[in-house]
Write a protein that binds this ligand. Structure first.
Ligand SMILES: Cc1ncc(COP(=O)(O)O)c(C=O)c1O
Length: 428
């Protein structure tokens, strides 16, 4: 949809909300109350998603099971704990575009990344390089650096960063291709954040995966900012592995359980390098408590421990919302509302704000719903003012504010009011 001057007012924003088929989902969430008497404008779903109201009941149910059944809760009740992680598998597989056997909820994000690197960073003499983004999330950088050192390599030599051109924020597609080609057979692994956490740039998973494979490298993605935000088809794109957290777009709560995907071509290999735990062994014999690991022939072989049920319960609850709202509807609204926010920014504070995130392109996935904004006038003061007015987004040094209209719970009116606050500050 093309926006024009007639959309630059509150009535138009309200009209867009009135036409939004997903508008009822806003009522499903609890909005924080941070400033007395002021409605919060929440634009930080890329950091921590809001609490779905129904999650309270789902958590209560598990507490009740614990109270009622004690240890027998593993086998009794509507949702026994023994197979509890399986209750989210179907939803996660739709989200990730993969087979249910390829995805599992487990652990936390950085732990899962390490587990995947154990399996998919297999350096050999001159084939040891890892390609990441230049502005990757610090935890990802620490993870790959430490894995390179663990294998005896100098991390500054092993870990290579994709770089945007001088004065640019986004890495150009042709430069990504060129860099992979240049690394050629030295490349052992490509591991990119999709979208990039800072700029919101989406990478072309198909091209990158094909190129990586051409050079005999494994290719994996950190989808912390992708899961629940961009369209994914990990299986068909032949991606080797992926990991993501669920506390951002997936609204599972602070420190919520993470997920991992491993392509089925890597399943059932007894000799794959892997750190093992009892939750990864054959379910039929697990409780015989034998000494030898017999991997489950799915991604579940990567599980270590019996999982945290309360975190899984919160994820189960929020995934129902995704299933109900429907991924195609969410995608359609994501495009519409993000384009609206971008339009309002350009129209009202265009001289004051630079948008780092790539523009929308029809038929191509260039971004999700997060916009990274660089402010040309006192960004830290602005961030303070936003907080005082109960506008919640986040600040990244030196001058970046990330703001995200989440299709499940943000409204077009939120976007309009947010830009009004920016406009007031810019004109002060
Ligand atoms: C891209 C990316 N990687 C890693 C992390 C770290 O996540 P965790 O603390 O859940 O391991 C985050 C968290 O925001 C992230 O956005």
């Amino acid at each position: 949809m093309q926006y024009s001057n007639e959309h630059n007012n509150l009535e138009a924003a309200k009209k867009l909300d009135g036409e939004d088929p997903l508008r009822k989902y806003r009522e499903e969430f609890t909005f924080p109350e941070l400033v007395d008497g002021v409605d919060t404008l929440y634009f930080a779903g890329h950091s921590l998603g809001l609490l779905p109201n129904r999650t309270r009941k789902v958590m209560e149910d598990e507490l009740a099971s614990w109270g009622k059944y004690g240890v027998e809760g593993h086998f009794l009740g509507e949702h026994p704990w023994l197979p509890y992680h399986e209750f989210v598998t179907e939803s996660l597989s739709k989200l990730a575009g993969c087979k249910p056997s390829e995805v599992v909820a487990m652990n936390t994000l950085t732990s899962n990344l390490h587990l995947m690197l154990v399996s998919f960073y297999r350096p050999q003499k001159n084939k040891f390089k890892i390609l990441i983004e230049n502005n990757t999330f610090p935890s990802d950088k620490y993870a790959v650096d430490s894995q390179a050192r663990f294998h005896g390599y100098d991390a500054s030599e092993a870990v290579v960063e994709l770089k945007p051109r001088e004065g640019e924020y986004r890495v150009r597609e042709e430069d990504i291709v060129q860099q992979i080609e240049e690394l050629g057979d030295e490349l052992a692994l490509i591991m990119l954040g999709n979208c990039n956490y800072l700029s919101g740039q989406c990478f072309d998973m198909k091209t990158i995966t094909e190129l990586g494979h051409k050079h005999g490298a494994f290719v994996g993605f950190n989808l912390a900012h992708g899961a629940g935000n961009i369209e994914l088809d990990l299986h068909d794109k032949n991606v080797d592995f992926a990991v993501w957290c669920s506390y951002k777009y997936l609204n599972s709560g602070p420190g919520g359980i993470a997920a991992a995907y491993v392509h089925e071509k890597h399943h059932g290999q007894k000799d794959i390098p892997r750190f093992e735990g009892w939750w990864g062994t054959n379910k039929d014999t697990r409780f015989k408590m034998g000494p030898n690991f017999d991997p489950i022939p799915t991604v579940e072989a990567w599980q270590l421990s019996n999982p945290p049920i309360f975190q899984l319960a919160a994820l189960r609850s929020s995934m129902h919302l995704y299933d109900e709202a429907g991924l195609a509807n969410l995608k359609a609204k994501s495009i519409k509302i993000t384009n609206y926010l971008e339009f309002l920014l350009k129209e009202n504070v265009g001289d004051f704000v630079e948008i780092m995130t790539p523009p929308f392109e029809e038929g191509k996935q260039t971004r999700g719903c997060m916009l990274s904004l660089r402010f040309k006038k006192n960004p830290k003061d602005l961030y303070k003012v936003l907080g005082e007015k109960a506008v919640i987004c986040d600040f990244r040094e030196p001058d970046i504010i990330r703001a995200t209209p989440i299709p499940l719970y943000n409204s077009f009116e939120d976007c309009f009011k947010f830009v009004e606050v920016l406009k007031e500050f810019a004109n002060a």
